[in-house]
Design a protein around this ligand. Sequence first.
Ligand code: IVH
Length: 705
Amino acid sequence: MQNDFFPDSQAGGVHKPEVNHWQERAAWLKAELNRHSHAYYVLDNPTIPDAEYDKMFRELVELEQDHPDLVTSDSPTQRVGGKPLPQFEQVRHALPMLSLNNAFGEEDIVSFDRRVREGLNTTEDITYSTELKFDGLAISLRYENGYLVQAATRGDGTTGENVTANIRTVRAVPLRLNTDTPPAVLDVRGEVLMFKADFARLNERQREAGQKEFANPRNAAAGSLRQLDSRITAQRTLRFFAYGIGVLEGAGMPGSHSALLDWYAAMGLPVCRERAVVKGAKGLLDFFHSIAEKRRGLAYDIDGVVYKVDRLDHQQRLGFVSRAPRFAIAHKFPAEEAMTVVQDIGVQVGRTGAITPVARLAPVFVGGVTVTNATLHNEDEVNRKDIQIGDTVIVRRAGDVIPEVVAYVPELRPDNVRRFVMPATCPVCGSPIVRPEEEAVARCSGGWIKCPAQRKGGLLHFVSRRALDIEGFGEQLIEQLVDKNIITTAADLYKLGLTALAELDRMADKSAQNVLKALEKSKSTTLARFIYGLGIRHVGEATAKELARHFGNLDAFLRASEEQLIEVADIGPVVARSIVSFLSDPLNIELIEQLRAAGIHWPESEPAAAVPKPFAGKTFVLTGTLPNMTRDEAAARIEAAGGKVAGSVSKKTSYVVAGEEAGSKLVKAQELGVMILDEPGLLGLLDRQLPEVELQQEEQQQGER
Ligand code: IVH
């Protein structure tokens, strides 16, 4: 930024102003701070490290303290919150804040589009503006002559609460519009929300302070916005996205919704990037599907998308039915959260003996299915979340993830709730349950020899698709075989005969034959599947593949020492120890030998030649969008070269790979002086891992030069 008064003051540079320049200095600081806030909170593209921002901020605070007349309502120093209010004042909205009709299925969208065409008396494809349905709180911001003068919640749509003091602390909301020709009055409508990462940080702070955690970002946003003490709001990072308009005076209304959003963005208001202008029902549905795919990767929660007829004159012609517009509709994803009652808390014994507390729920429809059990993860989680039998809870089922209990609802807690007590003995085999001090997980100490639950779990794992992939072995079959003591270990599977199988419940001759065929087929497998199928703690599919590649044959793997195991990519001391401990148990070795004797085989090879791992010991952090590869691809290539990919930047980070719209991680890297690479830089580093011969040649050539 050019600065006539302080030509040497580049962005971030802090210089004490000369005495007669303090006014200009203050103006410059304000403009710079606002510019950086805008870059960070609106454009999601930070321009300076936090420390630099703070330095400039402090300088402005000092200047304003010395010269109180410098304080203007749009100064960034005016975002710190003020005295607590006794209560919120009521605000009547100049134009009511309406709600949207919801749609869930594609048919609803097709009929919405038909109604719109009928309403506009046209057969042509309608142009729609499509955007996200943010899961936050609706708010109306009133700007007069460009200055934010009032912020009000939606309330009942007619009257809301005056939350101006709180909204002033939200750095995503400009205190002054960035335009030389502001409208006399402008009501900006939009959503206040909390980003997932800010929510996680807030809950971490709450936890550390021994205060109640929030169930989800929406509740956290609501709780933070509806604070009578705006200084508390100031400590929470709230965000804002503009998506609508109320009163407009002293400026012409744009012709379309998309033009309105462009105008907003140009004035420095945050407008979400995930929007489009599309045609017809097909365009709407394509947008829906593309967002459904992206949803997990977004920085904030959404509960659907919103379609609006783009032309504002068409919107007006379509008008409203009761409190919802005919020109817009919300296309919602199936709800991922629902409320229900915890009828009991039981435990489940996993294949490694891990005891998981499970909430038995009154059936509830969530995430598209009826849920009756939800995981509570472990004992500490139950206590931390203080979930008790009899509580009404929020259950979450996102995508295909196992349903979990998020939180209980304090207002609905009955007097007679009961606490969960971790049983002292395994409910399945009666062995003592033990919990090593440093571990979060309690385990049945019976092992698979004593504990049928572990045996079943182990067998189900062995037959599963990614392991030996033995078709026809469902939970019920394994259950019967174990309960009737027909099989104990995986090796026994291969001893099963037609008669034993055909005698089982719900097992006709034909299906028994199929099971035998599947068993036979499974004998021809790969070493990776076999290792994975053993169910060694901490050895997942990827690790098993790596082990198979590294050792090439089973005997080499069986002989491996802890030190040799650590040399395998991605294997650390914990996994190495777990493998060695598994392989030093004679029962496990016996099982492996029996399986081999049963005829399970795979192509064996010599141990892989030590592949050079030029990135070994190096940690990378990826941020932003790379021009030619996805982050997953970049991560895979880094890992293949022996590097690790971490989620956050610290002093230990070796490189930060930054693409377009890199965020705070890039700033952190700059702060810490971590080496920053772009995509060509990363590819360059990767390319240097040429096969050894070529490397030597290169060195030779260099030597010759
Ligand atoms: S437009 C006249 N657009 O959904 C239409 N609302 O049920 C007024 N919401 O209270 C709303 N994202 O809190 C609109 N892109 C979006 C939205 C959105 C979330 C919320 C908003 C409103 C509710 C309507």
